[in-house]
Design a protein around this ligand. Sequence first.
Ligand SMILES: [Zn+2]
Length: 532
Amino acid sequence: MGVTVHFCGAARTVTGSCHLFKTASGSLLVDCGLFQGPKTLKALNYDPFPFRPVNIGAVLLTHAHIDHSGLLPKLIREGFHGKVIATQGTVDLCSFMLPDAGSIQESEVVTLNRRNAARGRAEVTPIYTQADAVASLAAFRPVEYETWIDVIPGVRARYWNAGHLLGSASIEIEFAGEGTAGAPLRVLASGDIGPDAKLLQPSAEAPSDVDYVISESTYGATDRPSVTSKQRREHLANEVRGAHAAGGALLIPAFAVERTQELLVDLIALMGRGDVPTAPIFLDSPLAIRATEVFRQNASSLDPEIDVSRLLASPHLRFTETVDESKAIAKLAGFHIIIAGSGMCEAGRIRHHLKRWLWNGNATVLLVGFQAHGTLGRFLAEGAKAVRIQGDEIKVAARIRRIDDYSGHADGPELARWIAARRPVHRGVFLVHGEELAIAGLSDRIAERIIPPAQIFRPLLDDIYELSTSIPTPVGAVRGRRLAPESVVALDWHNDMSKLVLDINDQIEAAADDRARRVIIRRLRRALESEQ
Ligand SMILES: [Zn+2]
C-alpha cells in the first residue's frame, strides 16, 4: 500500500502540528500539538482525532512547544499505548510543560462552565487534566541526536538539532523498501527551525539527499534584518529606557522556555552595565521558573559564554511562584518589569497583568515573539483600541511595542537556505506550519531557484498524499475535512463578533450626547429586527 501522509494539523496555520504517516506495517505520528488561536480552530482540540489513537505505533516528537506536544496526553488517554520518542531536553521540558498545559485546560473549563451554567448550557469536560498529563510522561523515551532508532517495523528515524529550542529536532525518517527501486523512502520533517544567530542555541543541522522535505513556514514571508547580539541588546535597552520614561510597568508576554531565559540574560547584563535603569524583574511564571532550572541543568548543551548560575543569582531577579506573590505584584506602581506567559497572551498570568495595566498610558507592553492569527497578542500588535479579557472589555492605552530580534524561528531567507541545503530533494517539498501569506512567501522564495515549482505542495488541513509514487499524489481527505479550508485561514465569526461589540461601544462613547447615543442604538435595533 506504500506510504501516505495525512496533514492532521498546522496546515495553513502555525498551531496543532501533527503529521500521520501510514505504511503497510503500521502508523506513526510526527508531533501531536494543540490548536491555538481562533475559537473555531481551538474547538478541534475537543473533537475526536481524525484517526484511531490505538492504531498509532509511535510518536516522533520534534520539540516541547505545546503547539507540537500539547495533545499527547489526550492521545494517550484515548488509547495510544506506544512510545513518544524525543530528545532528553524535550523530555525534561515536557515533564512540566504538559502538566502545566493540563492545569490550564482544567481552569479554562472551570471559567467556561461558570458561564455555561449561567446560560443554562451543558457542562464541558477538560480536553485533559493535569493528572492525565503526568500519566502521559511514562510513554516518553529519550533519544540521542544523530543516532538511528527503530520506530515501528520497517521504519527508522534519526534526530538532528533544529536550533529552535532546548532539545528541538528535525526528524529524518526512513521507510524501508518504499523508495525508488527498493531503496528506503527518505522523509525529513523540519519541526521548527531556529534562526542562524540565536542566543542560546547552535545553528540547525539536517541531512541532504531526501525524497521529501516537510518544512515549517512560520516566517516564510519575512526578511528580518540580521542583528548581532550586541544590536539586539541595544534594541532591548531602548525599549526598557522608553518604558522607564513612561513611568509604568513594562509587561513582557514571553514563552516560558528559552525566550524568557534569553530576555533575562540580556536584561540582567544591561542593568549590570548601567545601560538601563535598575528595577526589579519579576519572573511571574511557575513554568518559566522551572524552565530556567532545566536550562541550568542542561547548561553544557548551551552557549558556553553564558553563565546561567550567575544569572540566577542576580539581585534584580525575583521569582514569583505562588498566586499570592503574583497578586502582590499587581499592587506595585511605577516602573518595574514583569515577564509572564503565555507568549501570545492566550492564557497564564500575563492576562491578569494586562487587565491591571492595559488601560494605563504609562504602561508598556513589549511583544517579543510570534503572535498567531486570532490571539490577544496579535490584536494588540495590530493596534486594537480595546480588547476583551475574561469577559471584560479593557481599553488599550498602554504603549504597545514590539521587537522581533528574539525570535526562535528562522526568517524567510534562512528557511529557504535550510531547504536548499537539503538538496537533492527528489520528489517534493511540503510547506506547512505557517499562515497563508507566509507559506506563499516561502513558496515564491524557493520556486525555480531552489525547487521546481511543480514539486512544491501547500497542503490544507486533512489533506492526504501518497508518497510512494514518483511525485506526491493527493488521495483526498479520507474521512472528510474537519474544517472548511476558508475557516482555517480566515478569522472566524467569534473574532468578527468581538470586533463588532467593541466598535459599537466606541461609536456610542464617541457620540456627542445621550440623545445621539439613543439614536445609534435605535438604528442598530432596527437593523437587527429587519434580519428576523
Ligand atoms: Zn516551536
